[in-house]
Design a protein around this ligand. Structure first.
Ligand code: MN3
Length: 265
């Protein structure tokens, strides 16, 4: 039920919104998706396969293999959004930016399930629907991998557990400082940096809870638009052609034939 592909969502619907966006908004959007492409490529090609290698049990390996494939679909989805909205020159420029970005380089070495995204906005509903699907997948991946990690954690001695806990919070602090720089860089031009940082802290707490640890950052109110973005109720689905993140499935599909156009019953 978690399987989907990007071509089930008609991205060309977003072209009109894209044209109406400001240059700053478009640049931020492209850079955010460029960064996420890198992360999901690494999660699918390195992160998930590495976890799979070190987990016992064929069923678990199968689930992780599936999750790994979905990470690749996520990366492919961002490419589909790019190719729908941007020119080849623009896409090349995005990937040069990704390669040169210092904060992303730090992020990729961590390649963890802690990922920070800015969810869909009222505009760009088709791209938003894809991003919603990805966020939904990620929350399941985070829970599942977190549960496996909790089991493993129990096998360590009390002293080792304390050491691991200390290392984890240290890593979290490093990633957070990195993410703050990245967020300022990306979102200041459109004035969203503080709201995004709140969301980053919310996500970091969620990742810790998946691992069975206490939240690190104090609880704070999240912009309702953001919560609307991360709720996984279907926001759009046209009964005939579109698939939303609520997974409305087309059933009873029959091909049209000439007989369907004979009306003189
Ligand atoms: Mn991912």
């Amino acid at each position: 039920m978690q399987f989907w592909t990007d071509d089930e969502i008609p991205l060309s619907d977003d072209k009109m919104d894209w044209i109406k966006m400001t240059d700053e908004e478009r640049t931020a959007y492209k850079h955010v998706l460029g960064g996420l492409t890198l992360l999901d490529t690494l999660q699918g090609g390195v992160g998930m396969p590495k976890i799979l290698e070190h987990v016992e049990g064929l069923q678990r390996k199968a689930v992780l293999g599936f999750m790994s494939m979905m990470e690749q679909i996520h990366a492919k989805s961002y490419s589909s959004i790019f190719t729908t909205l941007a020119s080849t020159e623009e896409i090349d420029a995005i990937f040069r930016w990704v390669e040169d970005n210092e904060q992303l380089a730090i992020c990729s070495t961590a390649a963890s399930s802690i990922r920070f995204t800015w969810p869909a906005r009222a505009k760009m509903t088709s791209s938003g629907e894809i991003i919603d699907l990805i966020i939904r997948d990620e929350s399941i991946h985070g829970l599942y991998v977190g549960t496996l990690a909790q089991e493993l954690f129990q096998e360590f001695s009390f002293e080792e557990q304390e050491e691991l806990r200390r290392e984890l919070y240290e890593l979290l602090e490093t990633l957070y400082q990195n993410e703050v720089k990245y967020t300022d860089d990306l979102y200041s031009p459109i004035g969203l940096q503080e709201e995004v940082k709140t969301y980053v802290r919310y996500n970091a707490n969620k990742a810790l809870m998946n691992l069975g640890f206490e939240p690190h950052f104090p609880e704070e109110p999240i912009n309702p638009i953001v919560f609307n973005g991360i709720s996984t109720h279907t926001k759009q689905h046209d009964f005939f052609s579109k698939k939303g993140n609520g997974y409305v499935r087309a059933i009873n599909i029959e091909p049209l034939s000439d007989d369907d156009f004979v009306f003189d019953v």
